[in-house]
Design a protein around this ligand. Structure first.
Ligand SMILES: [Zn+2]
Length: 473
């Protein structure tokens, strides 16, 4: 068999790996959007380096857009087979793909607006005066992905054909996230390869710990934080409480938390709920302001048995995971504007996590010049995003084409990270007996973190493939 790395090669986004068996059977593992560079987004994602109709099977490790976001385009360009993932991923992916399409439409309209201003001619559709948003795919293609997705269970080997059996293991990253073990029999020989997908932190909120794939000989592993150490997960609650007290109680300010709608928001709300149950949370309003996060939170409730023991115990004792008196969920954008402008001290958790677009941008804009407010960045921010700009500590930032003075406190925490740090990755590698593996491929990490982790592993079997590189196994 042959593995080819078509995405997330020495970078984080755009996961897409192709496994080709000796008989020509092609399996694509993940089909994510590459959003490393806003300017080249379209050319980086519009075409595939292989013929989509030549694929026999697609496996999706989890719902995040950098793993699932180009599936509609894959179908648009001719893929007609099934997409295997877990049940929870089926549901989460539907929501995320629609959200991603919406973001593409907004971005396209923004570009159109800029073009109009600069006097260049804009592209029009057949209905006169109606400009067509330039997106990679449309709603119909998202619906076709929904039709093609098939949910399969964790730890139940599924025989695809005489040559291939696949099995999902909990990756512990977000609800439904799987690592996939593939047992391949060709030319009378059996070979076993495992793809981690995105792994989770050990002891993290809500999701189970990453589970090893037993018996693998080859490993394709994420390495997002292979070069750094996180704040201890156990400190997440106390850290959050400190921010609430220091911002909202001491200074009557607003604590604005940009957070991804899938995974991060639920972990933060759950931690606040735990603080409430312990009687530690002050009587401050908490707003969860993201329609996508609200839909996702319902799915976390629905798939309770997929969550970890801590979450299940909490549910048994308290009757729910995410509802407590201080928490209000915001659906309508009108309500979002009201809480953003109101002077009351409160906590606002909103998306997107990198502060690029979404309602969070308005909350940051309305609170950035308030010296009593805090913007708490709780996740990874790619270079060039507003979140990354804020973290650089500049005295002014540009939001919606206007410079704003930064008087609010800008803080960050990685206590809610959905990826393992270097120690966590090492723990996972030990669980799969990494020294005995024939080959290890590091993907889904920037070159510097990957290199640090490769140096730590210190084995001749470790590769850092570049885009398009193939290996015969
Ligand atoms: Zn992910």
């Amino acid at each position: 068999m042959k593995v080819t790395f078509w995405g997330a090669a020495r970078q984080v986004t755009g996961s897409m790996h192709l496994l080709t068996l000796a008989n020509g059977f092609n399996i694509l593992i993940d089909c994510g959007l590459n959003y490393e560079n806003k300017k080249t987004f379209d050319e980086d994602n519009r075409n595939f380096p292989f013929m989509p109709e030549d694929l026999d099977l697609v496996i999706l490790t989890h719902a995040h857009i950098d793993h699932s976001g180009n599936l509609p385009n894959l179908i648009k360009q001719g893929y007609s087979g099934q997409i295997l993932c877990t049940d929870a991923s089926v549901e989460l992916t539907k929501n995320l793909l629609l959200d991603s399409l919406n973001v593409q439409q907004i971005e396209s309209n923004k570009r159109h607006h800029v073009r109009k201003k600069s006097g260049k001619k804009a592209k029009f559709s057949r209905a006169e005066g109606q400009r067509e948003a330039v997106t990679l795919y449309n709603r119909k293609h998202v619906e076709l992905v929904c039709d093609a997705m098939v949910g399969i269970a964790f730890r139940k080997p599924l025989v695809i054909n005489d040559h291939l059996t696949i099995e999902f293991f909990e990756a512990g990253h977000i609800l439904g996230a799987a690592s996939v073990k593939m047992t391949v029999t060709e030319n009378g020989e059996t070979k076993i390869i495992g793809f981690t997908g995105d792994l989770g932190n050990y002891n993290s909120k809500l999701v189970k710990d990453p589970q090893p794939m037993p018996g693998i000989e080859f490993l394709v592993s994420e390495s997002t934080y292979g070069g750094r150490l996180h704040t201890d997960v156990a400190e997440a609650e106390s850290l959050l409480l400190e921010f609430v007290n220091n911002t909202c109680v001491k200074f009557n300010g607003k604590l604005v938390i940009p957070a991804f709608s899938v995974g991060r928001t639920q972990a933060i709300i759950f931690a606040l709920h735990q603080l409430h149950v312990k009687g530690l949370l002050p009587n401050i309003k908490i707003y969860s302001d993201s329609p996508l996060a609200i839909r996702t939170t319902k799915l976390y409730d629905h798939y309770l048995s997929s969550l970890n023991e801590e979450a299940q115990d909490f549910y048994r004792q308290n009757g729910n995971l995410f509802a407590f008196p201080q928490l209000t969920t915001i659906e309508e954008s009108k309500e979002s504007e009201i809480i953003s402008m109101s002077p009351e001290p409160c906590v606002i958790i909103s998306a997107a996590g990198m502060v690029e677009g979404g309602r969070i941008q308005e909350h940051v804009r309305n609170n950035i010049s308030n010296p009593y407010s805090t913007i708490l960045i709780a996740g990874f921010c790619a270079p060039g995003t507003l979140g990354a700009e804020l973290l650089l500590g500049r005295p002014t930032v540009n939001i919606n084409k206007r410079d704003r003075q930064v008087y609010a406190k800008i803080a960050r925490t990685d206590a809610f990270s959905a990826h393992p740090d270097q120690n966590g990755l090492m723990r996972y590698f030990e669980s799969v007996n990494y020294k005995s593996l024939k080959k290890i491929f590091l993907v889904h990490g920037d070159e510097s973190s990957m290199t640090k982790f490769k140096d730590l592993l210190n084995l001749p079997t470790v590769e850092m493939p570049i885009e398009g590189q193939s290996f015969e196994l």
